[in-house]
Design a protein around this ligand. Structure first.
Ligand SMILES: [Zn+2]
Length: 159
């Protein structure tokens, strides 16, 4: 069991963020993703771990979104790992559409990254040309393929 002891929640003007108390190298596992309570509908504290499975993730609910993230949530293996070298004291963030298909509470991103997607609402609202630059979990890839196949069928019927 890899614990979350190295992570701490910072609250500033009611805005929460998750900070690491130690440095990580790119590719290093930071912690396991806890599956505290699995539900069938998303809310702002859950992470999607399967087609109809969303889980409360304890401390990790304080992770903010970034279009240029420094961690990856691998929901297939339930591990969070660094996708960049991370320094001690840095805020951790991940790309929400990598786990979320359709979010309960979409918002406007102001991360300032050159590849910012601006509207964070879930993977189903993003073009493939954007998604292909990101790590995507298995359930997101499967749902994307399904959406494309349905669209193709619909188009075929129209012709
Ligand atoms: Zn952004």
């Amino acid at each position: 069991m890899i614990s979350m002891d190295t992570l701490t929640i910072k609250t500033e003007n009611k805005f929460r963020s998750l900070i690491t108390k130690q440095a990580y190298k790119k590719g290093e596992v930071i912690c396991e993703i806890p599956t505290e309570k699995v539900v069938h509908k998303p809310n702002r504290y859950t992470v999607q771990i399967g087609r109809d499975r969303h889980t409360n993730v304890g401390k990790l609910a304080a992770l903010n979104h970034s279009c240029d993230p420094n961690v990856i949530l691998d929901t297939e293996h339930l591990l969070m790992y660094a996708c960049k070298d991370i320094e001690k004291g840095e805020e951790l963030s991940f790309f929400y559409p990598a786990t979320e298909w359709e979010m309960d509470a979409p918002f406007i991103c102001l991360c300032g990254a050159s590849n910012c997607i601006h509207v964070v609402a879930g993977a189903r609202f993003l073009p493939l040309s954007t998604l292909e630059h990101h790590f995507l979990n298995k359930h997101i890839r499967e749902m994307m393929i399904e959406l494309l196949e349905n669209t193709e069928q619909l188009l075929t019927k129209m012709i």
